[in-house]
Write a protein of this length. Structure first.
Length: 136
């Protein structure tokens, strides 16, 4: 199942990379729960959004800023998929430095992305996913 979940997440990020919002949103459950970190705060508390519409707005906003996300790594454990992406120029637009990287754990159920949760670093994301820490 983990391989299928990884494939689904790769397909979603490929759609994002092509700018194909419709294809991306088809892979997302209508009641998506998305927890993100406010880029304007140095030590942000997680904020939660719901639904495809808020994700669509955020993706379009990032595109308007000229930010393009490059998939670096996908690793899964059960229904959770750890995604590491590189977004050149990201650190210039947020209050903390992270080598222009984002760490996201995507949860897949029934062939759809049902939840996404952002983390400040890889070890936090790996712990949430159920994977061992790497020290990064």
């Amino acid at each position: 199942m983990s391989e299928q979940n990884e494939a689904l997440v790769r397909t979603a990020y490929a759609a994002l990379g092509r700018g194909d919002l419709s294809a991306l949103l088809e892979l997302v459950h209508p009641d998506l729960e998305w927890t993100y970190l406010d880029p304007s705060r140095e030590d942000p508390r997680p904020q939660t959004c719901h639904g495809r519409e808020q994700l669509e707005w955020a993706v379009a906003h990032q595109a308007r800023q000229g930010l393009a996300t490059e998939l670096e790594q996908i690793t899964s454990h059960g229904d959770r998929v750890l995604v590491i992406v590189h977004t050149p120029g990201l650190d210039q637009r947020r209050a903390w430095a992270g080598r222009d990287r984002n760490y996201m754990v995507v949860t897949v159920h029934g062939g759809q992305i049902v939840a996404m949760r952002a983390f400040r670093n890889g070890d936090e994301a790996r712990a949430f996913t159920g994977l061992p820490a790497t020290g990064r």
